[in-house]
Design a protein around this ligand. Sequence first.
Ligand SMILES: NC(=O)c1ccc[n+]([C@@H]2O[C@H](COP(=O)([O-])OP(=O)(O)OC[C@H]3O[C@@H](n4cnc5c(N)ncnc54)[C@H](OP(=O)(O)O)[C@@H]3O)[C@@H](O)[C@H]2O)c1
Length: 256
Amino acid sequence: MGSALVAGFINTGLVAPQDAIVSDLEQAQLDALVKRFPIKVAQDNREVVMSAGVVICAVKPAVVKTVLEEINPLVTTEHLLISVAAGIQLAYLEAHLPEGTPVIRAMPNVPALIGEGMTAIALGRFAGAVERELAEELFSSVGRVVTLPEGSMNAVTGLSGCGPAYIAIIIEALADGGVKMGLPRRIAVDLAVQTVLGTARMLQSGGSHPGQLKDMVSSPGGSTINGLHVLEKGGLRGLLISAVEAATIRSGEMQS
Ligand SMILES: NC(=O)c1ccc[n+]([C@@H]2O[C@H](COP(=O)([O-])OP(=O)(O)OC[C@H]3O[C@@H](n4cnc5c(N)ncnc54)[C@H](OP(=O)(O)O)[C@@H]3O)[C@@H](O)[C@H]2O)c1
């Protein structure tokens, strides 16, 4: 996720490569990034904090405490710390940083890797309009951004955070259906991917509500309504609702 963000910031011209500085325990990660962009590499996380105004913490949730303890003595109220760690709450981040540090919690999703992510951000107690605008601008470089109260973050995780996995198996299953009906695998996957992409783009363009689009495709006595009947009998809608619910609840259980 850290690499995806660096790529987004630089590819959109939001950050000049010479203004970006990264650290990572894994040298291979750093080598790969430097090969792509002429960014600066720090020896450790402290050097990042000394050089940068906006610090993005993109380590696994279990490592966040270690990183915050490491950088704490160097963080000032002039910094903005943005964490993308799933389940790590604003209060936790603020408690491990000097009083008054502006903090933002962000929940991106994996299509950020290709600039098509969906990120929700929540503001800490000391983050105001300026910090919000900055974070929205930064995450816009890897997709779309919405600012929400922190209480919505588990639901965001359950929907857009986990959603790419749900859609991936839906695409796989649609392709399997095509294969069962005699289509070559490669063609079936192409058809399924483009159908999901095209439908999403149509809905995103704001032309119609999902229900209207469904009605538009379902001609009386036709194929689509017969397919839809099977999906309704199998409880597809209920299953998807329950999947978001279960992932939201699990996300809440894992937070600290
Ligand atoms: N991937 C997603 O789709 C996604 C979506 C939303 C949020 N997130 C959040 O983004 C964060 C990163 O996820 P990821 O999938 O990108 O994980 P990742 O690939 O494991 O990246 C984390 C990187 O941080 C490095 N690291 C570990 N300890 C460090 C330390 N003390 N100082 C500096 N770097 C350190 C890791 O190195 P080592 O490998 O050597 O440990 C690794 O290269 C997580 O908190 C996750 O919850 C991810």
